[in-house]
Design a protein around this ligand. Structure first.
Ligand code: GDP
Length: 471
């Protein structure tokens, strides 16, 4: 900066100091600080605008109100195991997607559309919040509405709570389907009572959570449920612009012996046409053929429409975004860049400190400090662990608790551990699903304990290179 300002380093450091910023010659200052310092020298700094390949080939222009049209809601079904998610999806599909429609047989392409009162609803075909969360963890925001299935004879169970929290975190609207109403033990009032404990107040009790009693076995209430989906969709005013380059998300993909890579995708904006060049994660290609959820060949697919496409040169991953682009050469460059970034991330993950490689890394002189994040069920444990662990510090390695808090291990803990090359220990807590997925992806070592002593012993052994291999 001094060089550019035609000043000495001392002058720049002094100006910075007078502005309240302590810097030395080797520090990096941010853009705002640099601007302020430059102003003192009657100079101006400008931001260098780097245009990425992504920005050059992906149409990210804002849609205006004029080109927006209504689009169908995209719905996911979540809930506890055995509460009837699959049965509900099957019932809806069988009742509303008839084989008499042109083309005939229904196909599994990861999502299907049903038509209610002349309007479409798109259902993701994979029940449960894992698929949903994996997609979300990869940055894909696919669903508008979550149907939370709760069996009326069983009530809210652990995975129901997880589903509620995932839906909340994703900001999607929740409609509760109180299922198995045909069963003698059905107790919908109890389900509603339990829901209130999770801030889901039933509409009939003055809240804003629609609760619809249904039976996926007899079909009772299912039409009401679907009408409720449309009502909630209306309130959300879901719109998209069919007149732009298509973009959306890969729902699932596989390698087909005869057809090559086959990807089920959901178009979220724009219109995809056969022949279009698409980039899907790290795959690229021209759309050769498109098939809809009824097994029919289609030439184009607009917003909220799921289709299966062939023509990609590789198999993308569920949750990858896809974009129709105009420049094939740049598309291939973009894929190369993504591959490179992935390799770097993997390399980064490999060199992460773990209790298993701690001793080796210490010997190599790579690690002089073991950073730890502590999560526990009560504050007392956090403090107890902090003190005991810090006492393990010795001449070779210092133990440093960089963060300690009460609660489950979450995404932000993993982000912190990833960025700081720390490990995470938990006491009587568990990592949430996102944390687990991200820790695996980033190679962050997480260890869960019930007893503090076990943790101290394990870390002590790791520091001596005497840790028993993980079983
Ligand atoms: P999932 O694990 O949530 O996908 O649950 P399933 O759809 O596999 O259903 C679990 C079990 O509950 C199966 O035996 C279904 O036949 C049964 N089931 C699902 N819905 C109903 C319902 O409305 N009434 C009754 N009586 N049984 C149901």
């Amino acid at each position: 900066l001094a060089l550019r300002l035609k000043a000495t380093v001392a002058e720049v450091v002094k100006k910075a100091f007078l502005m309240g910023t302590m810097v030395t010659a080797n520090d990096v200052v941010d853009f705002d600080t640099a601007s302020l310092i430059a102003m003192e020298f009657h100079a101006k700094v400008e931001k260098e605008v780097v245009v990425t390949i992504e920005e050059r080939i992906i149409d990210d222009s804002e849609d205006t109100d004029d080109n927006l049209v209504d689009r169908a809601p995209v719905v996911v079904v979540m809930g506890h195991v055995d509460h009837g998610k699959t049965s509900l999806l099957d019932y809806i599909r069988n009742a509303h997607v008839t084989d008499t429609e042109a083309g005939g047989i229904t196909q599994h392409i990861g999502a299907y559309r049903v038509n209610i009162n002349d309007r479409d609803i798109t259902f993701l075909d994979t029940p449960g919040h894992e698929a949903f969360t994996t997609m979300r963890a990869r940055g894909a925001q696919v669903t508008d509405i979550a149907i939370l299935v709760v069996a009326a004879d069983d009530g809210i169970m652990p995975q129901t709570v997880e589903a509620i929290n995932h839906a909340k975190a994703a900001g999607v609207s929740v409609i509760v389907a109180i299922n198995k109403m045909d069963k003698p033990g059905a107790n919908p009032e109890q389900v509603k009572q339990q829901l209130t404990e999770y801030e889901l107040i039933p509409e009939e009790w003055g809240g804003d959570t629609p609760c619809v009693p249904v039976s996926a076995k007899t079909g009772m209430g299912i039409d009401d449920l679907l009408e409720m989906v449309l009502l909630v969709a209306d309130m959300k005013e879901l719109k998209a612009n069919p007149d732009r380059a298509a973009k959306g998300t890969v729902i699932e993909a596989r390698l087909d012996k005869g057809r090559g890579p086959v990807a089920s995708i959901l178009v979220q904006n724009g219109t995809l046409r056969t022949g279009d060049i698409v980039v899907a994660g790290m795959a690229v290609g021209h759309v050769r053929a498109m098939t809809d959820d009824k097994g029919r060949r289609v030439k184009e697919a607009g917003p909220s429409i799921p289709v299966e496409i062939t023509g990609l040169d590789d198999v993308p991953t569920g949750g990858d975004t896809f974009n129709a682009v105009t420049d094939e050469r740049l598309a291939r460059e973009l894929v190369e860049q993504r591959k490179h970034e992935k390799k770097e991330a993997e390399f980064n993950a490999r060199t992460k400190v773990t209790l298993d490689n701690l001793f080796d890394q210490m010997k190599l002189g790579e690690v002089k400090e073991l950073k730890i994040i502590v999560k526990a069920d009560v504050q007392g444990s956090v403090e107890a662990v902090r003190q005991s662990l810090e006492k393990l510090s010795n001449e070779e390695v210092r133990v440093n608790i960089i963060h300690g808090a009460v609660g489950a291990v979450n995404e932000s803990d993993v982000m912190l551990a990833n960025a700081s090359n720390a490990i995470i220990v938990g006491f009587n807590v568990r990592p949430d699903a996102n944390a687990q997925a991200n820790a695996e992806r980033d190679g962050v070592d997480m260890r869960m304990y019930r007893v503090i002593y076990d943790c101290i012993e394990e870390i002590e052994s790791a520091m001596k290179g005497m840790l028993a291999p993980k079983t």
